[in-house]
Design a binder for this molecule. Sequence first.
Ligand SMILES: [Zn+2]
Length: 168
Amino acid sequence: MPEDPTLTFVPRRILSFTRDADGDWVARLECGHRRHIRHRPPLADYPWITDAAARASKIGAQIECERCARAELPDDAAAYRTTTVFDETTLPAGLRRDHTTAAGVWGRAEVLAGRLRFVMPALAMDQIIAAGDHAIIPPGLPHHVEPLGPLRFQVVFLRVPSPIEPAR
Ligand SMILES: [Zn+2]
């Protein structure tokens, strides 16, 4: 895949709609992000957002998530599991070839010592993570890692808790 950032496009399904304190509509997406949808032509052309039936018909439809394209962890994502600490010899083979997290699950690849190459082609990401740093892994995006010498490394899994607001 060419490393062209203009190709970055991460479609996510809409789970529900809510309104913010100003009355603007917000779509809750399967990735855990919330995305404002406002009809402000010509910059934002979403005439259906103020119509209840049209809105309901969009549940399950996909919309682009710019925050996923920037690999931004959702604000309210909470860690629920951490792998054991791997080194360059115990790092599972499955992590060295392209794989994805489960639906709705975010990863935080944390390098505790040494250096790790982190590759996520969909976001044109090919970077070296140094000790004390990490990479954020959005749900469903193929990625792999490659140890660069002696290493200590773990992955923290996070997800957004189910919303308390009613679906609309
Ligand atoms: Zn997202």
